[in-house]
Design a protein around this ligand. Sequence first.
Ligand SMILES: Cc1ncc(COP(=O)(O)O)c(C=O)c1O
Length: 380
Amino acid sequence: MVHPLQAKMAQKTKQLADAGRLRQRRVVGAGLIDFSHNDYLGLASCEPMKAAATEGAERYGVGAKASPLVSGYSQAHQALEQALCQATGHQACLLFCSGFSANSALIETLFDSDNTVVADKLIHASVIDGIKHSGAKLKRFLHNDIESAQRILTKLEPTVVLTESTFSMDGDKAPLNELSALCKQHGSWLIVDDAHGFGITGIGEQVNSNGLSAVTADIADIQVVTFGKALGCQGAAVLGSQQVIDYLVANARHYIYSTALSPANAHVALAAINYIQATPTLIDKLNNNIALFRSLYQQSDVSSQYLLADSATPIQPIIIGADSEVVALANKLSKLGFVVGAIRSPTVPKGAARLRITLSATHTSEQITNLVDALSLSLS
Ligand SMILES: Cc1ncc(COP(=O)(O)O)c(C=O)c1O
């Protein structure tokens, strides 16, 4: 007899497969050039970070062994929190094991059904899930559209506005200064998910003198940063006032009922921050690679047919359209030696499936040139 859960899973899986939206894992092929990851500065496997991982493991151990509120909170965690506060100007900081957990914990702990939150239309799934769990009312404004945000704020006077500094699937940046001013005018807090911006200030136009983030406490009341992107390791932090952080410590279930971030990983994240601040050439290299890719693609014969999104960041999406087409293209590129992201609905709106190409400081000019040749071949 077929169990009802088996029947449900089979039906849902078939629906997804028929729509070209079935997600499946694959082991990344050896020897392929990877243009799909978020390791923008190449720190995930560089020698100084490997050395920091060994040092962290020897000094603090590889595992936290307990929840932070029991005995899992170590000097490695405290040192990282202090460095993050110093870099962003926030009073206090709280570490989580992932950005998804940090966003969801923050939102579902702070808000309840008495609150109205206003968010950019393209805000990340982890924030949406947090809002759903909190019971707060959600109203979205048009993506990066300050007039749309203003109309909604004037009408609703919401508790908070939520946005990302750099949008993960589009690569464009939020108008943070304008949003921050608008929030101050309406007495709303601004919460910024800085997952894809943190660590790579100097990319595009949002430059900040601290060398790490274009988002600081004078812009965002609360900021979420992640370590799995430009810092090349794992984990995340919520930054805000002492009151906000104390409240999360006392009430955030993701924090209270979960083993703390590995202390060795916290040590690596701190080493990554120090390394980025001491090595400005990393940002220069990344900027050069972004410019090279954009210029080669714009000169290619397929650029008029398949639009390259207007992005100054390492996230360079090429809009394809149909979900099934984007998967076929990614497979073709894989056969030519390249890994690129095939992003489909519901991650992006239906009909806006895209190749998500991400650049890193470690890509060579030759690899970028070869990728554009492979794109031309696959798309024509
Ligand atoms: C905008 C944004 N926020 C949060 C996250 C979650 O971060 P993490 O990968 O550390 O869970 C992601 C992950 O891709 C993201 O793109």
